[in-house]
Design a protein around this ligand. Sequence first.
Ligand code: UD1
Length: 422
Amino acid sequence: MDSILVTGNGPLNGQIPIAGAKNACLTLMPATLLSEEPLTLTNAPRLSDIKTMTQLLQSLGAEVSSLQDGQVIAMSSHDLTSQTADYEIVRKMRASNLVLGPLLARFGQAVVSLPGGCAIGARPMDLHVEGLEALGADIELSDGYLHAKAPGGLKGAVHEMRFASVGATENIVMAATLAKGTTVLKNAAREPEIVDLVECLRKMGAQISGEGTSTIEIQGVDRLHGATHQVVTDRIELGTYMLAPAICGGEVELLGGRMSLVESFAAKLDAAGVSVTETEKGLKVARKNGRVASVDVVTEPFPGFPTDLQAQMMALMCTAEGTSVLEERIFENRFMHAPELVRMGANIEVHGGTATVTGVNQLKGAPVMATDLRASVSLILAGLAAEGETTVSRVYHLDRGYEHVVRKLEGVGAKIERIKGQ
Ligand code: UD1
């Protein structure tokens, strides 16, 4: 297995291009299942999760081609052959469950394995099921698979989610586009990836309003048509690389970045003493004076601080002046990076969903292990700021969500290389 070798070597300066959002692309791709006509996505990220979704769609009979070095994904669901999302593919990635709503809406039936994905908590699917049942679906769990049926088609309904789940919002919105009548989804998630999905669905002919707020209204239509859509910028990749100059010092411009995608996160950086400014091409992040100050963080649904940046923020807080408290409210088991950071000399105490981090003067390089996608990149950030060499193993987690991480960080002066495994 490959590993990544990072050697801390001081401030970073230059530019990093930010890719299209993994999480947007993973919900835009299943949207192809809603229509017989082609859907083309541009600005797609080159990631193993995208390959997994490609395999899943192909296993259903969709045609999926990767063009322009993977940045364009051309799809057609004209001749689908199956409505079953098999465990062998779904177990690799939780987002596979996003085929459920579209398949059910277009064919009146779907069989989808319960998902796997990052080991960061139980991550059930009850909210997806409740929403689709509200639209008239009949869903049963047997042999680890959800068997969903709506023989007479789905019907619009008013439904309030118990929690603003991102995936459940996406599945319900996609399903409702082809339901009869109007659906009002209350307590919907407000993430930019949902806004991006709705913009794409609208190009396909869907009638939707309220995206980006907690009430989304969908007027069902008979059919959707083809479209071309540009995937929104990845706010998590953006936030991750914003932390590179924050933790190492220097000044880095994140090309394609927008403040509206990372407002709450940028506010925390500002409070820590890191400047974030908008430029013509993106966002510029600079840390010019000494250590950052400690700040407290609570993860929340958008527009709150994203759980997907908690691990990376913890790496920064390990080097801060003072003590910070990081509270994880979205996932119950998302501090697996903490013991690895402790191996690098960090001072962290975890109690339930709260981590208390007291910054140290200097992290020390060490061999560490990536445990999930965001944890893996937090260890790389820590390695960039540490004295000596850090080897991060199990980097297949990283390949799920960060394209060209070595090239992007080398481009701003980091000493980082990928070591090929046996
Ligand atoms: C998406 C993102 C993921 C991010 C998460 C929260 C994708 C592909 N992934 O995941 O990177 O960390 O949003 O911002 O977009 N839950 C239930 N029942 C359900 C569904 C969810 O209890 O039916 C719980 C989960 O266990 C979790 C919380 O709700 O504790 C948030 O999950 P959700 O918003 O659904 O996240 P995902 O869509 O899986």
